[in-house]
Ligand binder design. Structure first.
Ligand code: CUA
Length: 153
């Protein structure tokens, strides 16, 4: 009789544990690539929206700005991003060559950029200032100099 109870308890704990793990990953923003979209890394420059990297104001979406970003050894395009304080921003990023990181220092934004995949992150910028963006995946000789800047004004 008790076996059934323990089994139920065991399964419930497992489900709860998985839920917590899933929630933490979601909440703390350690995001793998979305993985649904495959794009040819060698043709990134021709593929929308990566043919036009930069900041764009958008209408009728849950976010106000889209930041399209292309990483390659050893820099980000655009090299600098500027968005207004209080706006909701969607980062849409990919890489043209090897795996790169995309970490915004002082925030919980930390994405991995993998060739062939699109990584996305939506956030509301509620702190003004300049935030260093850096690559936290070892990508070669220029890895330590691979940075960009987010300006919230
Ligand atoms: Cu790019 Cu390290």
């Amino acid at each position: 009789k008790y076996e059934k109870w323990w089994l139920t308890f065991g399964i419930s704990s497992l489900v709860l544990f998985l839920f917590i793990v899933g929630f933490s990953a979601f909440h703390y923003g350690s995001h793998p690539p979305t993985g649904k979209v495959y794009i040819d890394p060698e043709r990134v420059d021709e593929i929308v929206p990566f043919n036009n990297p930069g900041v764009q104001k958008v209408e009728g979406k849950e976010w106000d700005y889209e930041v399209v970003l292309v990483a390659s050894a050893f820099y980000y395009n655009p090299p600098e991003i500027e968005v207004p304080l209080g706006s909701t921003v969607k980062f849409i990023a990919t890489t043209k060559d090897v795996v790169h990181g995309f970490q915004i220092v002082g925030t919980n934004i930390n994405m991995i950029l993998e060739p062939g995949y699109v990584s996305e992150y939506v956030t509301t910028v509620d702190k003004s200032g300049e935030f260093l963006i850096l690559c936290n995946e070892y990508c070669g000789i220029g890895h330590s100099t691979m940075t960009s800047m987010l300006k919230v004004v």
